[in-house]
Design a protein around this ligand. Structure first.
Ligand code: ADP
Length: 279
């Protein structure tokens, strides 16, 4: 009898366990489904926000193009004014192309193609791309020569990030001002959602002698479509795109002011393990 009772007890315990496991699995599946729904909703709301922003950003240049085209059509533009009018239309089209390209980059899915690159070469290349812009404002761009730090990165994406930061610095600096760029190392603690890399960070630091960041600007800096620039000058996507790309590379970006005044942006990317060589 004892044996039978024990067997019965084991049997019913087993049944209870099976039930428990089924209930747990069902709950787990429900959680997963909810999580998927949430992610989907979030994606949709981001797309909606971006679409609204794009429509807003494209509104002005589209208006200008259509107004000038109408003026040409109705003969309101004299032959002498024609080439100037055409130039405005071309410039406005270029602005629209830039807005759309930046948006596509922002929304781009998929993993970047990475290889081991010289951080200094990347910074130099991005700075020399912007030589003409700096020259126009008589701004001196100083890139400090550095030891050979390597980063594992997608060339195009990282160049875009650095170019965005340099363009912003050039915009912020006064006429005859300065922009300083340098590559270095850091062991700074990352934000909570990022793991600290075993070999520390390789840093890209960009400084300028502009007015720096106000508290209000610093709070919204990385939000898509946040800009303090005039229409046609800024899209407000540069830093949002940069932030996304750096996160994809396992790094992060910080923004603040230099003690002497002017802004300081630092990109921190995981330093590759020591035994890796340049591919
Ligand atoms: P955009 O340059 O098109 O405005 P960004 O996302 O690159 O978009 O920058 C957002 C805003 O951040 C800028 O409009 C500007 O107000 C501020 N900002 C960015 N870089 C600097 C800087 N170096 N100094 C001062 N303000 C800056």
């Amino acid at each position: 009898v004892t044996f039978l009772l024990a067997a019965l007890l084991v049997h019913s315990l087993r049944l209870a366990l099976v039930d428990e496991r089924r209930a747990l699995m069902a709950a787990h599946e429900k959680t997963l489904a909810t999580q998927n729904q949430l992610q989907h909703a979030e994606r949709l709301s981001t797309v909606g926000r971006l679409a609204a922003g794009v429509a807003h950003e494209l509104g002005t240049p589209l208006n200008v193009v259509s107004t000038y085209a109408q003026m040409i059509e109705t003969g309101a533009v004299t032959p002498g004014e024609l080439s100037g009018t055409a130039r405005i239309i071309r410039e406005q089209s270029a602005t629209m192309t830039r807005i759309i390209r930046q948006l596509v980059d922002f929304a781009r899915a998929g993993r970047p193609q990475r290889s081991l690159l010289s951080a200094n070469d990347l910074l130099q290349a991005s700075a020399s791309l912007l030589g003409p812009l700096a020259h126009k404002k008589q701004i001196t761009v100083c890139i400090a020569p550095s030891a050979t730090e390597l980063v594992e990165a997608d060339t195009g994406q990282l160049q875009q990030v650095l170019a965005n930061l340099i363009v912003n610095a050039i915009h912020a600096a006064p006429v005859k001002g300065h922009v300083w760029g340098s590559v270095g190392r850091s062991t700074q603690a990352p934000p909570d959602d990022i793991a600290a890399p075993p070999a520390g960070w390789v840093t890209f630091q960009l400084d300028d002698d502009g007015a720096g960041l106000t508290e209000e600007v610093a709070r919204h800096l990385f939000e898509p479509f946040f800009t303090t620039k005039d229409i046609g000058e800024g899209t407000g996507l540069g830093l949002a795109v940069a932030h996304g790309m750096i996160r994809e590379h396992g790094g992060f970006i910080t923004a603040g002011n230099r003690p002497e005044g002017g802004a300081r942006f630092t990109v921190l990317l995981p330093a590759p393990a020591r035994d890796e060589g340049v591919r």
